[in-house]
Design a protein. Structure first.
Length: 353
């Protein structure tokens, strides 16, 4: 009992059924992360002077593109999970069972974002800066789904925060343990293990804080906040990836995602430095959508308000002349009575205001 209390227990299952409908914790976490990223990105975009609603419109393109890209990256980098003997190739489309590569999601999601930004007439780098911290927080929320799926953990550990991993059973499909239930709390041989998904969750939140702090202090623009996010995330992903024990392809002794992290870190640093030579952050007016109403566009008066304005004009035109002179008297009291230009000055100022 004392050993159990010194570790983190894992959930018994990651899928619940409401009748015939499966409710998957992994999918709920992905959806929650997307909502947070859009909400925070919208606030940051508006704070920079952008048109409200632009991030939501962008997400209509970027989110589905990102989901497809994330799945493609996962399938391409781990094809043996779907296309080797005894595997079902159709499971490559079973996105609800987990398996999204963040770099595929970012790459193809950026294509969707580019399409949306061009339609709106706003710069993509500025949009990337606005949504950068929201994306990494969404990744942190997504890691909670890995906890429910009992996946992406590390090797055995005796540390107090080790994760207890239990055997799950699925009588309907013995091979599909992801949808199984841990009955009896029978630990796996390597349990307890390093909760590497938890390490990455914490790291992602720290990266989000770093991006927000640097953006406020240095007024980052031209995609530099996004580059800082990529650089910060890849530093953590590199060493955390090497702690994981799940199946992965290797190149020269390193996991594929470690190489990806190294290359993207270098590219992000170079971009951060080069983009810094483009000058200050984008002007707020450049973030206005081309379909947004301009400042010269005023709402058309309704018939009731138009009638009220007409009535006011009529009453004003019937006002006695001596009343108008009395009303203007304080403004012109300091000027000679025969100085007609000065008498017109208050009215001119009122029109200009």
């Amino acid at each position: 009992m004392s050993a159990y209390l010194a570790t983190i227990p894992s959930p018994d299952q990651g899928v619940w059924h409401l009748g015939p409908i499966p409710v998957r914790a992994y999918a709920l976490c992905i959806i929650a992360g997307i909502i947070v990223a859009i909400w925070w990105g919208e606030r940051r975009w508006a704070a920079r002077g952008g048109t409200k609603g632009t991030v939501i419109d962008m997400a209509v393109f970027a989110v589905p593109f990102g989901l497809v890209g994330g799945r493609l990256y996962h399938v391409i980098t781990d094809p043996e999970l779907y296309f080797t003997e005894g595997k079902n190739p159709w499971n490559a489309f079973a996105i609800w069972d987990g398996g999204l590569g963040i770099w595929g999601a970012i790459a193809l999601g950026a294509v969707g974002a580019l399409i949306a930004c061009r339609r709106k007439g706003v710069p993509l780098p500025a949009m990337a800066d606005a949504i950068a911290p929201g994306i990494v927080v969404a990744q942190a929320i997504g890691r909670i789904g890995n906890y429910f799926n009992q996946e992406l953990y590390g090797a055995h550990t005796d540390l107090p925060w080790g994760l207890e991993v239990f055997q799950r059973f699925n009588p309907d499909d013995p091979e599909n343990l992801l949808n199984g239930v841990a009955t009896g709390h029978i630990p796996l041989p390597e349990s307890p293990v390093h909760p590497t998904f938890l390490y990455e969750l914490i790291w992602n939140l720290l990266v989000a804080l770093l991006v927000v702090w640097a953006d406020r202090k240095f007024k980052l623009g031209h995609g530099r906040a996004f580059a800082l996010y990529v650089a910060g995330y890849t530093v953590g992903r590199g060493w955390i990836e090497m702690m994981r024990t799940d199946t992965a392809n290797h190149i020269l002794g390193l996991r594929v995602n470690v190489w990806t992290s190294i290359l993207l870190f270098a590219a992000a640093v170079v971009y951060f430095v080069v983009a810094g030579k483009r000058g200050p952050r984008e002007a707020p007016e450049s973030l206005r959508s081309k379909d947004a109403p301009g400042p010269e566009e005023v709402p058309v008066e309704s018939s009731d308000s138009a009638s009220a304005s007409a009535s006011a004009s009529s009453v004003s035109s019937e006002e006695p002349e001596h009343a108008k002179v009395a009303a203007d008297a304080p403004a012109s009291a300091e000027k000679p009575a025969d100085d007609s230009p000065a008498a017109e000055e208050p009215k001119k100022k009122t029109d200009e205001s």
